[in-house]
Design a protein around this ligand. Structure first.
Ligand SMILES: [Zn+2]
Length: 147
């Protein structure tokens, strides 16, 4: 597979003729399967990996949501409430600049391609796997940078 066809943001290979953002459009269909939590979590994972395709605010929300869900082990709905509260405490400069830039070099082991290829598990299980994988990659990356 030609590297230039891979997503510039998350590094995912295309699936057939579909690019990352098209798989994301497909993902919107999950919403109508009645699994709202899986949908919300998957959207947060996607947003976290694509800071340039989203507003800084959306990215920080996704980051806070995933952190509360994975690290604080909160149920998805509560993690979202936590993320909303976090957003109100961030100043605009921090929202604009800081974190997305620090994340753009992370070699993500999991993408929307993996999520979309997941057939064994339910949407919520697949979304949880994605979320955990992203925060683990983030942690390992910052650990490596700190050495
Ligand atoms: Zn991508």
């Amino acid at each position: 597979m030609f590297k230039e066809l891979h997503c510039k943001e998350c590094g995912a290979a295309p699936k057939g003729m579909k690019q990352c953002h098209e798989l994301f459009d497909d993902l919107l269909g999950i919403k109508y399967l009645g699994d709202g939590e899986a949908y919300r979590l998957a959207v947060a994972c996607y947003t976290f990996q694509h800071p340039h395709s989203h507003s800084a605010k959306a990215w920080h929300y996704a980051h806070a949501y995933l952190t509360a869900f994975v690290h604080d082990n909160l149920p998805s709905k509560q993690a979202r409430q936590e993320a909303n509260a976090t957003l109100h405490t961030l100043n605009p400069e921090k929202l604009e600049l800081e974190s997305p830039l620090l994340h753009q070099e992370i070699p993500w082991p999991h993408s929307i391609l993996d999520f979309s290829n997941e057939v064994q598990r339910t949407p919520i299980e697949a979304a949880e796997t994605w979320a955990h994988s992203l925060l683990q990659a983030q942690e390992e990356w910052f650990y490596k940078l700190s050495k």
